[in-house]
Design a protein around this ligand. Sequence first.
Ligand SMILES: [Fe+2]
Ligand SMILES: [Fe+2]
Length: 190
Amino acid sequence: MNNNARMFGFGLALLILTLIVAVILGLMAGPTNPITWLLVAVLVLIPFVHRKLSSTRYFKWKEEYSVGIASIDSQHKKLIHLINQLQTAIDYSTGEIFEREALNELVEYTITHFRYEEKLMRENEYPEYEAHQAQHNAMVDKVNLVLEEYAEDADEAMTTAVDYLKTWLIEHINGTDKQYSEFLISKGVN
Ligand SMILES: [Fe+2]
Ligand SMILES: [Fe+2]
């Protein structure tokens, strides 16, 4: 868990504790005070708001991400699942070993997926193959660079790597990958 998340968790725990104490004191002073009931309502709402805010960090597969090729769509779905798995490992502070494992699994599967796409593009003589492959390579280089910094500041490196991977992969799936759809489908790839 990075420092920001740790501070946020600590702040939230402190807020809940303060509210509980205020409610107890309010009830002891007289149960008819509307402020006490307002504080009770805030306490009840905290888990819902927290869940809502947390869910924005997770991705859901959308039909609009489809490149129209079943094998690639299923690999992209697995990538989104691995991104969410890594986010869960970080959010729930599962520890450095689990975070590292989740990150390694995501990076390894991303490379496997890149090689699969590149093979299809090469075999079918896709004209934009080199430019597409260059994007794949640049992404792997960037992640490796971040991981090299891991020894110096593990929290910071992990947060940077996750944010970068999340943004990059979704943009790539939904942008660059879609550009080969028509060409590969016309070659009979499915
Ligand atoms: Fe892809
Ligand atoms: Fe790609």
